[in-house]
Design a protein around this ligand. Structure first.
Ligand code: FDA
Length: 343
């Protein structure tokens, strides 16, 4: 019975892949924007998740972007990155959980992550998605889980950065961030801002006045035109504008520390231009990139004397993360497809 179920899943997986392969040329002909939207939809679709999990080859492709499924593999990858002179932020993969028990189990994994980082003396902190801790079930549950995580992190003098997810969650994410920081007095918590959102300039102004510890990224979700720039050029100019705001003398005097999270050389060079003009010290900001993406550029920045932190995801729930990475660069699809036909 179990074997027949497994066989059924496998056939479903191959049919799904066939469907995707047929869809790709159609979507390419209709423009890259459609392809991106389709992939982002796929990253959230449970049928896609089920199909990918039954494909050992998909797991193989995920290895380029994910450090492994176990905590030991994540520790080993972090050690290698540290040995190359770069810091790490670890991400235990998982998001949008629907059961409180799943949220508590993610919390427990993250608690032990801090124990391991300390035991192995790694230069690593942790990034967390609040929906993994139950934000979509009950914000109180996510807050409770976060409070336990923040205490454990603080006991090791370590830090947590809260990732930013879909735009309908920005307010509740910022609320939890501020409760942790101001009511619970955790000064080891940081936040992420996405340059594609119209609201971000307003959010950044407030975060600058609060002297926050911030990561700036472009944003990885499919957002409606009411919430976010549809045009890449607008997202890019917003990115450069927000970078300058958060590196300004006022921001630095208030204690803002910026993580410039991008693989885009135009963004990096734009930031560096401002950094040179303002004579900003290299310990006042850092560059951040994702595991497995633009490794040459990571090393080049280190060689030039800049601080670089690598975002290292690990865990069994790699599917939505992998598909978002494919969406960011549809050329990665060919890497994916060619691996499907390799042994
Ligand atoms: P862009 O997408 O314009 O790419 C610029 C160039 O980078 C490409 O031309 C290509 O050369 C390279 N590149 C980019 N993506 C690639 C990929 N997947 N594979 C291979 N090459 C690629 N998002 C979010 O919404 N919330 C969050 O909390 C975070 N957190 C986060 C942390 C860190 C450390 C990083 C680097 C990114 C995030 N992101 C994120 C993701 C972010 O929003 C964005 O989707 C990606 O970083 C891709 O955008 P770029 O800035 O790299 O530019």
């Amino acid at each position: 019975m179990a074997e027949r179920k497994e066989e059924g899943r496998r056939i479903w997986a191959y049919l799904s892949i066939l469907g995707i392969l047929l869809a790709i040329p159609i979507l390419i002909l209709n423009g890259e924007q459609w392809l991106k939207r389709f992939l982002i939809y796929l990253s959230q679709a449970s049928w896609g998740r089920g199909a990918a999990r039954s494909l050992p080859l998909a797991k193989k492709v995920a290895q380029r972007f994910v450090a492994g499924e176990s905590i030991d593999e994540a520790m080993a990858a972090s050690r290698v990155i540290n040995n190359h002179g770069m810091s790490v932020t670890l991400d235990y993969l998982g998001e949008s959980v629907t059961e409180p028990e799943e949220a508590r189990s993610a919390r427990d994994e993250i608690l032990s992550l801090f124990d391991q980082i300390d035991r192995l003396k790694l230069d690593a902190n942790v990034s967390i998605k609040l929906t993994q801790l139950g934000l979509r079930i009950d914000p109180g549950l996510a807050l409770d889980n976060m409070q336990q995580i923040m205490s454990r992190a603080a006991s090791y003098n370590n830090r947590v950065r809260i990732d930013m997810e879909e735009s309908d969650l920005v307010d509740s994410t910022l609320d939890i961030y501020r409760i942790l920081k101001y009511e619970n007095k955790f000064d080891n918590v940081g936040i992420v801002i996405q340059s594609y959102l119209y609201r971000s300039e307003q959010d950044v102004r407030r975060l600058i006045s609060e002297g926050a510890w911030i990561r700036l990224c472009k944003g990885a979700y499919a957002e409606p035109p009411e919430a976010a720039f549809a045009d890449k050029d607008d997202t890019d100019s917003s990115y450069l504008n927000l970078t300058r705001m958060m590196l300004s003398p006022e921001a630095r005097e208030n204690g803002v520390y910026l993580g410039i999270a991008t693989h885009d050389e135009k963004m990096i060079n734009g930031a560096l231009q401002y950094i040179r003009d303002q004579e900003i010290q290299t310990n006042e900001f850092e560059f951040q990139m994702l595991y497995g993406i633009r490794r040459g550029l990571q090393v080049e920045l280190i060689r030039k004397g800049y601080q670089v932190r690598i975002y290292v995801p690990y865990g069994a729930a790699w599917y939505p993360y992998l598909v978002r990475r494919l969406a960011e660069r549809p050329a990665n699809l060919w890497f994916f497809v060619s691996n499907l036909f390799k042994n």
